[in-house]
Design a protein around this ligand. Sequence first.
Ligand SMILES: [Ca+2]
Ligand SMILES: [Ca+2]
Length: 69
Amino acid sequence: MGGTDLLQEGIFLAPYSLETLTYFNWAPCQPDNFHQNQHCVSISKNDALLRWDDDSCVVNNWPLCQRCA
Ligand SMILES: [Ca+2]
Ligand SMILES: [Ca+2]
């Protein structure tokens, strides 16, 4: 869904603008940076309230929204 802490662990930035994110809706126990390899924000499929999870950046996920170029 966008957002990453690739540049500095625990500091999540917006894609493209690289503004520091100030709003979060993390699922319980997230972000956990599991295996020290989760740096991209996704919507947790395991959370009934669709809260957020930090996930691997190489996992293919569906976009939250997308427009034609
Ligand atoms: Ca991380
Ligand atoms: Ca996680």
